[in-house]
Design a protein around this ligand. Structure first.
Ligand code: PLP
Length: 424
């Protein structure tokens, strides 16, 4: 399948029906799978034979979508999860335990920040946050003897900061640890983090991959290139007594990380995707290439329109020349970034609220990255309790509007923005 181009793989990768089988990937809505003998099933439990036996650990519908996403990202394997949050959590927990340390870009989704700053901290895993635009020396300084991974987002939500993936990968590898990259916003259509040195890729498939806002889901992709045999990852190289002394690297080679994520963490923690959600996600993936092209086209037009508008005080979109991340975006996402932009309106918080309340086509929702244009005003919603001073510290100005530009006709989107700006 990999000889096909990306847009063809979006449609065909992962599912290849045999003679007389359903052309459309079926939903295998079964928790369990039948075997002739206990002996045959026992071999699956010992990871001696491949096969499905319980949907928490694997299911044909999930498997097909996992293969599609692995193909799109260029990885050796993937695992769907119940949410993007679960993907981030399991990606880190697969190689970290109490006493481990994580280096993370500070420009990450708020939910991931909380996961690292609070929940993992409470579990004994500490995290040092670095500025996304830090120098190599500043990044080096964040490492400790117990650092076990580096985490960043290709294109951060909501700041739209572009991570210098090659720099982060180089420094991570020099310290013998992998780089985990959340590639939710650009999707594999616009960026392949694995080709820039990342080792593991995560996704909130809730966003563009699904694209229709019908399921919450996540995914972890294993690049299969990181060499775990440097003494820092005994959980992958040394015998696992819960599988009769099996070593993941010895038995599964390049797929050691993703096999352990499934057979160890998914076995013990759950957080698996449902077959129904995997089916819905696959419908979205089939049109991902078309939709991303249109999201980027529309967002670029909106950004250019707002840039010259008298009522706009500032605008942040990496596709605009002059944006601090324009050059990095061109390097890592030459075909476009995504459909999300942020901007401020003259008149501050009140004007922003009036603008949003006046929109007719675009809706006010907490979601981003689906096919309907939507907006969010963090200062009056997600960050409502904060004072002006606290908002400033969090890098969220009180006039900031996050717009997720959809795939409607661009003329309709611009007309809606214009009529609302007139009322702001
Ligand atoms: N990563 C990014 C970049 C996100 O934007 C989000 C959610 O907005 C997540 C992870 C978490 O994903 P989910 O909401 O599917 O749990």
């Amino acid at each position: 399948m990999s000889e096909y181009r990306m847009d063809t793989q979006c449609i065909h990768a992962g599912y290849h029906p045999g003679n007389g089988e359903p052309r459309v990937m079926p939903i295998v809505q079964s928790t369990t799978f039948r075997y002739e003998t206990s002996e045959a099933m026992g071999r699956l439990f010992d990871l001696e034979d491949p096969g499905f036996f319980y949907t928490r650990l694997g299911n044909p519908t999930l498997d097909a979508v996992e293969q599609k996403i692995a193909a799109l990202e260029g990885g050796v394997g993937a695992m769907l999860t119940s949410s993007g949050q679960a993907a981030s959590m399991l990606a880190v927990l697969n190689i970290c335990h109490a006493g481990s340390h994580v280096v993370s870009s500070s420009a990450i989704y708020g939910g991931t920040f909380n996961l690292f700053y609070k929940t993992l901290h409470e579990m004994g895993i500490s995290c040092t946050f670095v500025a996304p635009g830090c120098s190599q020396e500043e990044l080096e300084a964040a490492f400790c003897e117990n650092t076990r991974c580096v985490f960043a987002e290709t294109l951060a939500n909501p700041s739209l900061v572009v991570t210098d993936l090659e720099l982060f990968a180089k420094v991570a590898h020099a310290h013998g640890v992998p780089l985990i990259v959340d590639n939710t916003f650009p999707t594999p259509m616009n960026c392949h983090p694995l080709s820039f040195g990342a080792d593991i890729v995560t996704h909130s498939t809730t966003k563009y991959m699904d694209g229709h806002a019908v399921q919450v889901g996540g995914c972890i992709v294993d690049g299969g290139t990181f060499d775990w045999n440097n003494g820092k990852f005994p959980m992958l190289t040394e015998p696992d007594e819960s599988y009769h002394g099996l070593s993941y690297t010895k038995q599964f080679g390049k797929a050691a990380y993703i096999t352990k994520a499934r057979t160890h963490l998914m076995r013990d923690m759950g957080a698996q995707a449902s077959p129904m959600n995997a089916f819905l996600l696959n419908l979205g993936l089939e049109t991902l290439a078309l939709r991303m092209e249109r999201h980027c086209f529309n967002a670029q037009k909106v950004a250019e329109y707002l840039q010259n508008h008298e009522k706009i005080s500032w605008i942040n979109y990496p596709g605009l020349p002059g944006n601090p991340y324009y050059e990095l975006a061109k390097k890592y996402m030459p075909n476009g970034t995504c459909g999300v932009i942020s901007f401020g309106i003259k008149g501050g918080r009140e004007a922003a609220m009036r603008f949003m309340d006046s929109l007719k086509l675009a809706s006010v929702v907490t979601h981003v990255a689906d096919l309907r244009t939507c907006v969010l005003h963090p200062a009056s919603t997600t960050h409502r309790q904060m004072t002006e001073e606290q908002l400033k510290e969090a890098g969220i100005s009180s006039d900031l509007i996050r717009m997720s530009v959809g795939i409607e006709n661009i003329a309709d989107i611009l007309e809606d923005i214009e009529q609302a700006l007139q009322k702001a």
